[in-house]
Write a protein that binds this ligand. Structure first.
Ligand code: MTE
Ligand code: MOS
Length: 695
């Protein structure tokens, strides 16, 4: 019953225009802020010439920040560059004042003199890494010595911009020794701790409130911490509300994106073309500061063998330093890059063996009880065979794939299939060691129940799914459940809204809290329940050796994409898109359909048209005209199907769902192009230009 869809909790406020996005907040004496940014990829700042400021205008820079670092994992990135800049777009100082246009004019009058330093401008050029992991499981050297052949292939994936509807923005307030940040964000407590760090403020003096957030996709996981520090410092300095909102061009140019990646796979094969071992070199372009790159790389490395059991693997994974805009979290967190590589690699190995890709992949597909690539265990049922059968039934993939092999003429059809998983929740022991979620649930005298969590709704429907879990357990109408945008003064730290963890981890706490509340129910009395995260023991995760259970469980997916390529223009047209997903139990079918369709379309954009280049440290496609994301006109109706596979650790059997849906579309699309063109693809996006190159 829980899966049956309802009207979303925030439906009326959003559809009526009443929801307050950050640009809707107004204060009578509010100041606007504009950043002056580095024009150099790597340089020493020799001097800064400041314009004469009219009354009421001011400047904020590094000297105003007590501890000039943005706390993400480390705090290596300064709030304002001081002495040296490491990428084009890095903040040097900020002009603040009552008139927006005047602030912008003044910002343009600031003259910075630089002395160039050597700059590294691409992943290929970079020879220094800021993060490095190495691990080996199985007898790799022995297997390579025994190999009949060694197959080697290099894969490249490009940038991807989150392209959320609402650009980044925040407002800082200062009143009675307390700073408050209101902003478009995913993780209120991340921002709070970053502000406490930079301003050296006590926890009681820092408050963070989420404004209704127009999409995030990982792009508002760490970046709002920087914005939070900027507006908090300025609000405290001028004792007035200070607002900063990026325009689209600024947002694309300077905020975090999906890491471009390069993978070199060496595969040892026996005389029957069976895989003996893999030796993989994986590199992500971190940009100028590390930020979240280490955890993105971890997830990327854990996806290097996809859904396949490989007898022996050796991996070197690195985040490379470049003097470009820092990269960060984006739906899938490093996994979409790896899944593109492994899916295409398996297809190419199949072709070498003269086999159909799916038949080859099936031979290696993991089963329940198998070891993971890090010697963890797949404990729960894996329904991939049933899901493949379903995909075949809906799309006729295998039949079409065989049929499309020998086509003549201008228009050529192709079909591709990808098989993928997503580890649910944080990697390793972060949940137990660092996050330690706390959730509060209150029943008021009138019977209304409020969920108090720090998790945020950014379009993925969290307010509704959280409320449904509580309502279902309490057996009360959904209207009786209250859930509002989190405010750190009111909600405990139930952790960030990342890693598709909210439903599985925090939803479980809601389920438990609701059960308690129901058991102890006293009519007309105020009641409060606090729940803490409880860890289920797994094989302990060791980051140094990359061994143990990286995740408690996994969600699974199959994507099939069918296209038709015009070999004269290189344009390709979607003919069919199918997605079969196992997310345990869907807490709401319509919300899940939104995730499936949205995720797959975002993945198709990544694989086909979302081309972004960094030339000389500058993002060339810094507008929605130049950076092409798929629109309603580029798409067709998708066929989606959910497979029920309840997981005992999640509320009502739910697992992680939000990121899984982006992972498989790019490899399935690339395989469809390969199938149509009869040639191999080893990089994305596969733009029309790239298709013409294939011809
Ligand atoms: N769906 C919408 N509509 N908007 C978003 O910003 N972010 C994605 C995914 N789905 C996103 C989205 C990302 S990156 C994550 S981690 C999950 O939602 C987070 O939500 P959850 O923890 O509630 O699963
Ligand atoms: Mo999602 S990339 O974990 O915010």
């Amino acid at each position: 019953m829980i899966s049956q869809s309802v009207v979303k909790k925030d439906h009326v406020e959003k559809m009526s225009g009443q929801a307050s996005y950050i640009a809707d907040y107004r204060y009578p004496d509010m100041l606007y802020a504009k950043l002056v940014r580095s024009e150099k990829a790597h340089a020493r700042i020799v001097s800064i010439e400041r314009p004469k400021l009219p009354d009421g205008y001011g400047i904020v820079d590094a000297d105003d920040v007590p501890k000039n670092g943005i706390k993400v994992i480390k705090a290596e990135q300064p709030v304002f560059a001081k002495g040296e800049t490491r990428f084009i777009g890095e903040a040097i100082l900020m002009i603040v004042g009552p008139e927006k246009e005047q602030v912008e004019r003044l910002a343009k009058q600031v003259k910075v003199t630089y002395e160039d330093l050597p700059a590294v401008l691409s992943l290929e050029e970079s020879i220094t890494s800021c993060v490095k992991y190495e691990f080996e499981h199985g007898e790799v050297t022995e297997q390579f010595a025994k190999a009949a052949t060694v197959y080697e292939e290099v894969f490249h994936t490009g940038y991807q911009e989150q392209a959320y509807i609402e650009p980044q923005g925040a407002i800082g307030l200062y009143e009675k020794d307390k700073v408050t940040m209101i902003g478009s964000l995913q993780c209120p407590y991340y921002v709070k701790s970053a502000i406490e760090y930079a301003l050296e403020e006590a926890p009681d003096n820092v408050q963070v409130i989420q404004s209704t957030t127009g999409g995030a996709f990982g792009g508002k996981e760490d970046y709002p911490s920087l914005l939070g520090c900027l507006v908090a410092v300025a609000a405290k300095k001028f004792k007035k509300p200070v607002r900063i909102i990026f325009d689209r061009r600024e947002d694309i140019a300077v905020t975090t994106k999906r890491h471009p990646a390069k993978f070199v796979y060496k595969v040892a094969l026996n005389e029957n073309n069976e895989i003996l071992a893999m030796d993989i070199d994986a590199r992500l372009d971190g940009g100028a500061y590390e930020g979240l790159s280490s955890v993105v790389l971890q997830r990327s490395l854990l996806a290097l063998t996809g859904v396949y059991k490989i007898p022996a693997i050796r991996v070197i994974g690195q985040v490379m330093e470049t003097n470009t805009v820092p990269n960060g979290a984006f739906r899938g967190f490093g996994a979409p890059q790896s899944f593109f590589a492994i899916e295409l690699l398996m297809t190419h190995l199949a072709k070498n063996a003269g086999m159909a890709a799916l038949d080859y992949k099936k031979k290696y597909m993991v089963r329940q009880g198998d070891k993971t690539l890090t010697k963890g265990e797949f404990r729960y049922p894996i329904l991939l065979p049933e899901m493949i059968e379903e995909a075949e039934k809906l799309s006729h993939y295998s039949e079409k794939e065989a049929f499309y092999r020998n086509q003549k003429g201008r228009y050529k059809k192709g079909i591709g299939m990808s098989i993928f998983l997503h580890g649910c929740g944080f990697t390793g022991s972060a949940e137990k060691d660092h996050i330690k979620s706390v959730l509060k649930m209150v029943r008021y005298e009138d019977g209304t129940v409020e969920i108090l969590a720090s998790n945020t709704d950014m379009g993925q429907g969290l307010k509704t799914t959280f409320a449904k879990i509580a309502a279902e357990v309490l057996e009360i109408p959904l209207e009786q459940i209250r859930i509002v945008n989190p405010d750190t003064d009111r909600v405990p730290n139930s952790g960030p809204t990342v890693a598709s963890r909210s439903i599985m981890v925090v939803g479980k706490l809601i389920e438990r809290a609701a059960k308690k509340l129901k058991k102890d129910y006293k009519k007309g009395v105020y009641q409060e329940v606090v729940e803490h995260y409880v860890h289920t023991e797994m094989i302990p995760w060791d980051i140094n050796t990359f061994s143990g259970d990286a995740y408690p469980t996994y969600s699974w997916g199959i994507n099939v994409v069918e296209t038709e390529v015009d070999t004269l223009t290189g344009q390709s047209k979607l003919l069919g898109v199918w997605g079969i997903f196992d997310v345990g139990t869907a807490i709401d079918e319509t919300i899940m359909k939104g995730q499936m369709e949205g995720g797959m379309l975002q993945g198709l954009g990544y694989g086909s048209c979302e081309k972004m280049e960094n030339v000389g440290g500058v993002i060339k496609q810094a507008s929605m005209t130049d950076y092409i994301i798929p629109t309603a006109k580029d798409t067709i109706p998708f066929v989606t199907k959910l497979i029920d596979n309840p997981y005992e650790g999640g509320p009502f059997g739910a697992k992680g769902a939000g990121e899984l849906t982006i992972i498989g579309a790019a490899p399935a699309y690339a395989e469809a192009i390969e199938c149509a063109m009869g040639q191999r693809v080893s990089s994305i996006p596969v733009t029309p230009e790239k298709i013409l190159d294939l011809i």
